[in-house]
Design a protein around this ligand. Structure first.
Ligand code: GLN
Length: 456
C-alpha cells in the first residue's frame, strides 16, 4: 500500500531519493515466510520505514543529499539501520535532505525540491525534509531523521509530526555521514508519540563502534508515552524559557505560533503541571555559537570527500596532479551552502582566529549548558515553540542564509547542551502546523515522551 502511494504521489511531493520496490516487497515477503514457519519475529516485523539519506545502508545508494556521493553504495549498514533490520522493519527507501544536513528547508539538496504535503508551495522543513514529507503525506508510516541543530524537530513541527532528538550519545552515530560530530543525533519522526517511543527504543543503546556512545541501558520510552497519554501531569514542574519567544524576545516569531504556544502552556497547567517562567540568558547566543561550532566540525569532517576515497572523481583524465583533481572534485561535487560552511569553519579554526571564534563559541556552549543545569534545580522540563514560524514558501529564504539560520533559534540550545528534546503538534496557524518543544535533562528522554503524550 505504501509503495502504491509513493508511486502515485511522490512525483508531486519529492520525498524520496531512492525507492526499491522489489527489495521492499522481498523483505516483506521474507517476514511473511518466517511468520508462516512459526519463527520468532522481531518486535517491528513487517513495518515499513523510510531512512534519511544520511544513514549508510549496505548496497543501497546513499548520498547525504550531495552530488559528491552520487552512485555510492556503501559496503556496510549504520548501526541504527542494522538494528532496524534486525527488528524486522522493511526499508521503503531513502529520503531527500539538505546536502550533508546543512539547512532548514531541504532546498539545499543537490537533487530535488521536496514539498510540504499541507501546502505544496511550502517547504517541509529541513534538513530531514524528505522524512517529514514522506510521513506527513502517508508515503511511510514513520521515518528516521537526524538532528544537529534542529533537523528532526523543525521539519516535524512544520509538517504536523512528532520528532524527537535523543540525548547526545544515546543513539549510535556509527554509519551516519558526519556533519558536526559533537552535535549529530538520529531519532524518530512519526505521527504519534507512542510510535516515536517505539522507533526510538529500537535504535537506542550502547554501541562500541561509536566512541561517544553512552554505556547505559536502553531507555524505557513506550511506557512513559503510555503513562503520559492518561493526561495527568500533577506534580510536574515546567519551565517556560523567556528567551525563546517570551517577553522582550518575540521578534521574528509568528503571532499564531506564540498563540498556540500560550494555549498549550495553559493546557499543561490544566493537566496539573506547575508552570513558571525560567530565564536562560545564554540561549540568546546559541545561534552565533552554533554557526561557528557546526561549520568548524563540518570543515574537518568533509575533508574526507577528496575524490579518492568515495563517490565522484572529477578531472582524472590524465595531465592533472592529485591536488588539481581534488580541487575540481570538491568544486563540482559540493553545493554553495556546503562550500560556505567549509570556508567559514576553516576560517574559524585557523590559528590566528581560533581563540576569537571557535574558542569563544565553545565558552558560550558551556554557558548554555550551565543555564540548563541551573534550570534543572527548579523544573523537570523546559518548553518553547519548536520553530519561530510556520512553513515558509519555497524559495523565500534561499538567497538569505541568515534568515534560513534563524529557523533554528529554538532548537539550538538543546543541541549544544546535548539534552533530549521533542516536538509535538499543538495546533494550526493560518492552516499550517505548529510544534511545541519539550526539553529534558540528559538521559531523561522519557520525560519528553510523557509530556508530549499528555498533550497529544
Ligand atoms: N539548520 C541547521 C543547519 O543548517 C541544523 C541542521 C541540522 O540539524 N542538521 O545547520
Amino acid at each position: 500500500a505504501y509503495l502504491d502511494r509513493i508511486a502515485a504521489q511522490d512525483g508531486t511531493i519529492g520525498a524520496y531519493l531512492h525507492v526499491d520496490a522489489d527489495a521492499a516487497l522481498a523483505a516483506a515477503g521474507a517476514v511473511d515466510a518466517a511468520r508462516a514457519r512459526g519463527e520468532e519475529l522481531g518486535p517491528l516485523a513487517g513495518v515499513p520505514l523510510a531512512l534519511k539519506d544520511v544513514v549508510v545502508t549496505e548496497g543501497v545508494p546513499t548520498t547525504s543529499g550531495s552530488k559528491i556521493l552520487a552512485g555510492w553504495r556503501p559496503p556496510y549498514d549504520a548501526t541504527l539501520a542494522a538494528r532496524l533490520k534486525a527488528a524486522g522493519t522493511v526499508l521503503l527507501g531513502k529520503t531527500n535532505m539538505d546536502e550533508f544536513a546543512m539547512g532548514s528547508s531541504t532546498e539545499n539538496s543537490a537533487y530535488q525540491v521536496t514539498r510540504n504535503p499541507w501546502d505544496t508551495d511550502r517547504i517541509p522543513g529541513g534538513s530531514s525534509g524528505g522524512s517529514s514529507a514522506a510521513v506527513a503525506a502517508g508515503l511511510a508510516p514513520w521515518a528516521i531523521g537526524t538532528d544537529t541543530g534542529g533537523s528532526i524537530r523543525q521539519p516535524a513541527a512544520v509538517t504536523g509530526l512528532v520528532g524527537h532528538k535523543p540525548t547526545y550519545g544515546s543513539v549510535s552515530r556509527y554509519g551516519l555521514i558526519a556533519f558536526s560530530s559533537s552535535l549529530d543525533q538520529a531519532g524518530p519522526m512519526t505521527r504519534t508519540v507512542l510510535d516515536a517511543a517505539l522507533l526510538h527504543e529500537a535504535i537506542a543503546g550502547h554501541d562500541p563502534l561509536d566512541s561517544t556512545s553512552i554505556d547505559s541501558p536502553v531507555p524505557v520510552l513506550a511506557e512513559a508515552a503510555r503513562r503520559g497519554a492518561g493526561g495527568d501531569l500533577s506534580g510536574l514542574k515546567v519551565g517556560v524559557v523567556t528567551e525563546l519567544g517570551g517577553e522582550g524576545h518575540a521578534d521574528g516569531y509568528d503571532p499564531g505560533v506564540l498563540a498556540r504556544f500560550a494555549e498549550t502552556v495553559a493546557l499543561l497547567e490544566s493537566l496539573g503541571a506547575e508552570v513558571r517562567q525560567v530565564s536562560c540568558p545564554a540561549f540568546d547566543l546559541a545561534l552565533p555559537a552554533y554557526y561557528l561550532i557546526a561549520p568548524s566540525e563540518a570543515s574537518s569532517n568533509l575533508a574526507r570527500f577528496d575524490g579518492v576515497r568515495y563517490g565522484v572523481r572529477v578531472g582524472d583524465d590524465g595531465g592533472r596532479d592529485l591536488d588539481e583533481v581534488m580541487a575540481l572534485t570538491r568544486e563540482q561535487g559540493f553545493g554553495p551552502e556546503v562550500k560556505r560552511r567549509i570556508i567559514l569553519g576553516t576560517y574559524a579554526l585557523s590559528s590566528g582566529y581560533y581563540e576569537a571564534y571557535y574558542g569563544q563559541a565553545q565558552k558560550v556552549r558551556t554557558l548554555i549548558t550551565r543555564d540548563f543545569t541551573t534550570a534543572w534545580d527548579d523544573v523537570d522540563v523546559l518548553v518553547s515553540p519548536t520553530s519561530p514560524t510556520v512553513a515558509w514558501s519555497i524559495g523565500a529564504r534561499v538567497d538569505d542564509p541568515v534568515a534560513m539560520y534563524a529557523a533554528d533559534l529554538c532548537t539550538l540550545p538543546a543541541s549544544l547542551a546535548g539534552v533530549p528534546a521533542i516536538s509535538v503538534p499543538c495546533g494550526l496557524s493560518d492552516g499550517l502546523p505548529v510544534g511545541f518543544q519539550v526539553m529534558a535533562p540528559a538521559l531523561a528522554d522519557d520525560r519528553c515522551y510523557r509530556v508530549a503524550a499528555a498533550l497529544e
